[in-house]
Design a protein around this ligand. Structure first.
Ligand code: NAD
Length: 289
């Protein structure tokens, strides 16, 4: 899809961070956008700040009925969806797996993995039936999709699942001869100052930790720990990242990520370690917070 003018785009998690930047980029190209986000107050506030044809539906992507309602409202308002960004995501506090709780996994995998799956199940049949050219963009993370941070096991395992799901989806859409494609989006280019650092704001009571939690680090704590570990942090502008993502969709790239040459080095290093029967990540190489 070369041209986004008058195309209908659905962005989950579009009230904040990367999703909001995607909404701004889509609107600036003349697309009509529907945001599905669970945080009602933030959604309302975000909608007031956007410029263009945009609406919002309070949606919990972890609930199939809620995502189905998002699809129904999108189709009754616009009669189509050409671009689906399964972007909503949350993260659990860092912990060794044996220190996590079932609810850490239920919540994070419910939103990050089941949320993407619900988006595909509610929208793709409608998009296929509509017959128009369309694209599904699933947001993964280097943390899991490329190389996991061991102390981020809940989040990393959810994003690894998103990457594999999207690979299967793209292959299926092509082999079935549909007019749809899929891309795997890795937010990249540096550190991203988004709401993910306060992700617990969206954690529902029913998925509260069964034991007192390990507090999530703030951006400042992460900066401090990284500096101690000798890492130089550089922040990526979110609007530039969103424009880069739309270019990736235009160019039908399956993997949409900045600095892919570095990713290739990481992956070939992992492949070598795996080929030798070894643990692909260096347990000492990652700063703990
Ligand atoms: N920030 C990063 O460093 C980074 C890196 C790689 C990947 N990602 C991924 O990018 C995506 C966007 O995250 P972000 O960094 O912009 O964080 P963010 O917190 O700013 O945005 C996430 C959005 O998702 C919404 N959301 C949360 N739970 C939801 C639910 N159940 N249903 C619907 N919406 C829900 C939030 O309200 C919020 O608007 C996520 O999938 C995240 O995992 C982020």
């Amino acid at each position: 899809m070369k041209e986004f003018r008058d195309k209908v785009a659905v962005v989950t998690g579009g009230a904040s961070g990367i999703g909001a930047a995607l909404v701004r980029a889509l609107l600036s190209e003349g697309a009509k956008v529907v945001i599905g986000d669970v945080e009602e107050g933030a959604l309302k506030k975000a909608l007031e700040g956007f410029d263009g044809e945009v609406s919002g539906v309070v949606t919990d992507v972890s609930d199939p009925a809620s995502v189905e309602a998002l699809a129904e409202q999108t189709y009754s308002a616009h009669g189509a969806c050409h671009l689906l960004f399964n972007n909503a995501g949350v993260a659990a506090p860092s912990a060794n797996i044996w220190e996590t709780t079932p609810n850490d996994f239920r919540w994070v995998h419910g939103v990050n993995v089941h949320g993407v799956m619900h988006g595909i199940q509610s929208f793709v049949p409608r998009m296929i039936k509509g017959g128009a050219e369309g694209h599904i963009i699933n947001t993964s993370s280097h943390d899991g999709g490329i190389s996991p941070l061991p102390y981020q096991s809940v989040y990393a395992s959810s994003k690894a699942a998103v990457s594999i799901l999207t690979e299967c989806l793209a292959a299926q859409l092509e082999s079935e001869g549909t007019n749809l494609g899929a891309s795997l989006f890795y937010p990249s280019g540096g550190m991203l100052d988004t709401g993910i650092w306060t992700t617990d704001r969206n954690r529902p009571k029913e998925f509260e930790r069964e034991r007192p939690g390990i507090p999530s680090p703030t951006v400042e704590q992460f900066k401090e720990a990284s500096e101690k570990a000798g890492w130089t942090l550089q922040f990526q502008d979110l609007d530039e990242l969103a424009r880069f993502t739309l270019d990736g969709v235009r160019e039908k790239r399956f993997v949409i990520a900045m600095n892919l040459a570095e990713t290739e080095v990481t992956l070939s290093d992992r492949a070598k370690r795996i080929g030798a029967g070894n643990l692909p990540i260096d347990p000492q190489g990652i700063p703990q917070i």
